[in-house]
Design a protein around this ligand. Structure first.
Ligand code: FAD
Ligand code: EPU
Length: 347
């Protein structure tokens, strides 16, 4: 049994009450590398966090949690573009607000996504018809042991829906900064279906889109400081057209979109069809307005309670539709991130 006395409850948006052996907020790279090296030498695990808005802690963490607050936004320009170099400890939503204030537009559809810049490329954050891959030109990473820095250009990041190379490769590296390219000529991104439904186009300025996105997000997603959650627990499944058509014959009202010759389904709808809307067990609730969100309803459920409901949902959806959902949230045990399939498949 390892003594962990530093509380992580306020450093994970599920508000799970777990501790770490040590938590340090870092403000510069030398401090980060020094700490990392020190703990690795002691053979203790290290975990870098932004806001903890995409993690589920199952147990106490037996090592060092580094809260990354390495800040800095550097702007340069060419004839047609703004070039932004942003350090990974900048808050994502504050960056979106900052750019709009400086009349640098493009990120407005991605307003109010929790978390920090360093985590944003990892799952290629996306919402309302946009994603960071549309703007990201490179991601800079460091190996804190030998301090070597690499620039991973966009083409090598392998961005896909809720995926990038950083999910599986570069495990011993930390993201230190991100490059974004924003065109000076602003074109509104109205891909999200609600924009199309509006009779006259009232979303004709970045500020109006920003305000609209903030208002729908506030209506749709409960504020995690009041009711713990990590946004969507699972990813939306991407399946073959053949399987999609087969399912449509049985479930004719199944929502889907066609993306690059695949069907993208709504995990929230699949969960809803398994009758989980409003379902509550051990203080964990399937949010009734959006079944993809699991709530730590009274902020006293454990990570295991949340995981158990996720596993129950996984099997119900799998058995009903033949679709095996993939968690979006990273699951962390005593020593770090664990492969979710080990947990999900054996139950
Ligand atoms: P953390 O949870 O702190 O970390 C996530 C993972 O990244 C961990 O494995 C961590 O170790 C690793 N990591 C963090 N920083 C670094 C670094 N510098 N270098 C290397 N690894 C690092 N996501 C969307 O895409 N779209 C949404 O619309 C959306 N809505 C959400 C709504 C709510 C209410 C919540 C709670 C979450 C939502 N999310 C959404 C998920 C979440 O906001 C994103 O995944 C976000 O990028 C996570 O940022 P974070 O800083 O909190 O990451
Ligand atoms: N739906 C239901 N019942 C539900 C939930 C959804 O029927 O309980 C159906 C409805 O038809 C609805 C459709 O699913 O119209 C889509 O729902 P929504 O617009 O809420 O989007 P989502 O696909 O569930 C995704 C992202 C969100 C992102 C929104 C907005 C994933 C896993 N989730 O949710 O990202 O904010 O789109 O673009 O891709 C996150 O990743 O944490 C996250 C919140």
């Amino acid at each position: 049994m390892i003594f962990c006395k530093y509380a992580l409850k306020k450093i994970n948006t599920f508000n799970v009450n777990v501790n770490a052996r040590k938590i340090v907020k870092v403000k510069n790279l030398p401090q980060l590398c020094k700490l990392w090296k020190e703990y690795k030498k002691k053979k203790q695990p290290c975990l870098v966090l932004g806001e903890g808005s995409n993690v589920l802690f199952l147990k106490d963490f037996y090592g060092l949690v580094i809260i990354n607050r390495i800040k800095g936004i550097y702007i340069s320009e060419s004839k047609k573009y703004w070039h932004l170099h942003i350090n990974s400890g900048e808050n994502w939503h504050k960056l979106v607000k900052f750019t709009i204030k400086r009349k640098i537009y493009g990120l407005e559809n991605l307003a109010l996504i929790p978390g920090y810049v360093g985590s944003a490329p990892i799952q290629n954050i996306g919402a309302y018809g946009s994603s960071i891959q549309k703007f990201c030109t490179y991601v800079d990473i460091i190996n804190p042991i030998n301090k070597s820095i690499k620039r991973i250009n966009k083409e090598k990041c392998n961005f896909k829906y809720r995926y990038s190379i950083f999910q599986h490769n570069y495990k011993n590296y930390i993201i230190i900064s991100v490059g974004l390219l924003l065109p000076k000529k602003w074109v509104p991104n109205l891909n999200y279906f609600n924009f199309k439904k509006s009779e006259n186009n009232i979303y004709n300025t970045p500020q109006k889109i920003f305000d609209y996105i903030c208002s729908i997000r506030k209506k749709k997603i409960p504020y995690h400081k009041i009711c713990g959650n990590a946004g969507s627990f699972f990813k939306n499944p991407i399946i073959s057209i053949k399987l999609g058509k087969k399912l449509l014959k049985i479930f004719s009202n199944m929502p889907y979109s066609l993306e690059n010759n695949f069907f993208k389904l709504s995990a929230g709808w699949l969960i809803y069809k398994c009758k989980f809307k409003g379902y509550i067990k051990d203080g964990v609730m399937v949010y009734s307005k959006q079944c993809l969100i699991l709530l730590n309803k009274f902020n006293n459920a454990s990570g295991m309670d949340i995981l158990n409901l996720a596993i129950k949902i996984y099997h119900s959806v799998g058995n009903k539709f033949g679709i095996w959902l993939e968690p979006e949230v990273k699951i962390i045990d005593h020593y770090g991130k664990i492969n979710p399939y080990i947990l999900f498949k054996k139950n």
